[in-house]
Write a protein that binds this ligand. Sequence first.
Ligand code: UDP
Length: 322
Amino acid sequence: MKRVLITGAAGFLGSHLCDRFIKEGYNVVGMDNLITGDLKNIEHLFKLENFEFYNHDVSKFVHVPGDLDYILHFASPASPIDYLKIPIQTLKVGSLGTHNLLGLAKAKKACMLIASTSEVYGDPNVHPQPETYWGNVNPVGPRGVYDEAKRFQEAITMAYHTFHGLDTKIVRIFNTYGPRMRLNDGRVLPAFIGQALRGEDLTIFGDGSQTRSFCYVDDLVEGIYRLLLSDYHQPVNIGNPSEITISQFAEEIIKLTGTNQKVIYKDLPVDDPKQRQPDITRAREILNWELKVSREEGLKITYDYFRSLSQEELYKSKHRFE
Ligand code: UDP
């Protein structure tokens, strides 16, 4: 049985990856320091024999006893609110954390896949964004701590590949959504659905003309799984090219939730990208990967998940914003 280490295992994407690798018959070692992750996301796995968990911060030396075949580095704060609250941790997990895990991968002769991001393109001047675009990032802006950590992460991963011959994979993840997102993480989908469920107005930042492209988590996980098993070492975009404005997105959430609340406008955060849409030609050609879940379908599943949360969780989530 192959053994895989997944960092950020208690987070949104990490927990879905744990589920997928368990389903595929792997031994899964989850690791998380729970700074933004939540054990609730993986509590169903603790009873399984092929799942173990370490509460550890990967910015510090990482020790895992036994063999490892794969390492998937998904530990990182991942929302603009988090970057503002915990900027140093955001920088460290992407840089020092990646370095530690590359060292571990080298020692174990494991294949290492890193979670990079559409944020490496910054506020893009090329649209849609192919992997060959180098990006437009403000290194000293509020998002710089995330963007530059991820750019460094790509650079050091590629250096380990070329210099040490390590088997490495780089996925550039575009906006992804689904069950287990944190209701209070500040990102647009949990923000809008949380507001609708609490009977509050929906907050659009700026005039709502900025665009994003939202990918359902199962489609993303499928792309990552295929990339890991491929022999491709250059970055690969995974995301859904179906692009909408944030105003249209608010309308879809209003329709889905049936809320009577209105939309209110707040200041656009500094360096908020104006548009974002992945060019997924490479993923299609190399991984033979196709999207399966429409936004309508994915949003319904996600809304049902948020509706199943307790009132306490719904209101607890409010305070983080204020
Ligand atoms: N946004 C918004 N209202 C909110 C939260 C976010 O209008 O309550 C906007 C945000 O300014 C951005 C877009 O929605 O333009 C997506 O934001 P998110 O934080 O989800 O992630 P990003 O793609 O910016 O990293």
